[in-house]
Design a protein around this ligand. Structure first.
Ligand SMILES: C[S@@+](CC[C@H](N)C(=O)[O-])C[C@H]1O[C@@H](n2cnc3c(N)ncnc32)[C@H](O)[C@@H]1O
Length: 337
């Protein structure tokens, strides 16, 4: 019997165990993503060619899921969460792979370094993520909009990457720039073209168009959604230059792997303390923000964007079209299911 994850999810909430679920599974007799036997659930590769690429990566990323009769809702729910994460990644990975340019500069050599959170300082990014941000800025033309500058390390990088005829607008709801970054941005070459706005990023900036957007502010689903809704339609390509959007913290990554590797004792300690806590603490800090990925997924799913490149947690997408009026509602519906 074949069914889709979404179908399974709605059934599970009603039926609560896998035996009941398997009775309810719909035989679609057409392309399916999963196959449910009596005791296990398997990823299948039965879709038409384009979809098959998604299934292929899904199957590659999945362990076989053993669904014993009587398995509880909670356990099943965990499988579904895993499946959704894998699906999401498979989806993003399966869309148009960027054309990797021939090595042309230092920024293309991130792969010769160890890149993780240890190199963060005034910029809150790994070296590979910053290199990608640099490349994306250089691949575009026109104004740049940055959402979330914090210490302004990323604003410095954008100002350095952008040709002198480009204006950089950076929004943060607080002014928290590091002195050295502020000095750099105050230099003659930057002063008149870098605008440090202190404002809520959810409010659109009237009468401005951008060639590149860097979204790194509020990382919740609603926060990213609001930023996208506020600024997406002000983004436009120009001639040979694509309209790009970089999302930080969008993808699972190894940025904190080094830190968590030797933390077994600490994790055990957190686990023990959790037994007495009302609000549980995570044993390992999350390496990306699922809300960011969900909004990216939705943009790609609706055909409004396609993947350009990624590095670490940074995902850069190319804009394909303006947002429809009901984008938020549809995105919320998809997120709620
Ligand atoms: C992760 S930091 C940005 C890091 C910076 N881009 C970098 O790479 O170094 C996120 C920033 O977003 C800002 N922020 C969060 N929500 C915001 C909102 N609704 N409007 C404007 N700024 C916001 C925070 O104040 C914070 O400085």
């Amino acid at each position: 019997m074949f069914f889709f994850v979404e179908e399974m999810e709605s059934l599970v909430t009603q039926q609560r165990d896998v035996r009941m679920l398997s009775q309810k599974i719909v035989d679609r007799s057409c392309a399916g993503l999963l196959h449910a036997g009596d005791y296990e659930i398997d990823a299948l590769n039965m879709a038409p060619p384009k979809a098959r690429r998604i299934c292929g990566s899904l199957a590659a990323g999945l362990d076989r899921l053993h669904a014993r009769n009587g398995t509880t809702f909670r356990v099943t729910r965990n499988w579904i969460d895993e499946l959704r994460a894998t699906m999401s990644q498979a989806f993003i990975a399966s869309v148009e792979e960027s054309t990797h340019p021939a090595t042309e500069g230092f920024e293309d050599l991130a792969w010769i370094f160890t890149c993780d959170s240890r190199n963060r300082r005034l910029i809150r990014q790994g070296f590979d993520e910053a290199a990608l941000l640099w490349k994306a800025a250089k691949a575009t033309s026109g104004n740049i909009l940055e959402i979330g500058r914090n210490l302004a390390g990323s604003t410095v990088l954008l100002a350095a990457a952008a040709a002198l005829d480009r204006e950089i607008y950076s929004i943060d709801n607080r002014s928290h720039e590091d002195r050295a970054c502020k000095d750099y941005l105050g230099r003659v070459a930057n002063k008149s073209r870098v605008h440090l706005l202190v404002a809520d990023s959810r409010v659109p900036i009237p009468n401005l168009r951008f060639g590149f957007l860097f979204i790194d502010g509020d990382h919740t689903f609603e926060g990213v959604l609001a930023d996208v809704v506020a600024h997406w339609n002000a983004l436009q390509s120009s001639g040979q230059y694509p309209a790009l959007v970089a999302f930080h913290d969008a993808l699972p990554n190894d940025n904190f792997k080094w830190r968590d590797a030797d933390r077994r004792l600490k994790r055990l300690w957190i686990r023990l303390k959790n037994k007495f806590r009302k609000r549980q603490k995570l044993e390992v800090a999350p390496d990306y923000e699922p809300g960011v990925l969900k909004v990216c997924d939705e943009l790609i799913r609706q055909g409004l964007a396609t993947k350009w490149q990624s590095a670490g947690s940074m995902l850069v997408v190319k804009k394909l079209g303006d947002l429809p009026r009901n984008f938020s509602e549809v995105a919320r519906e998809v997120q709620a299911t």
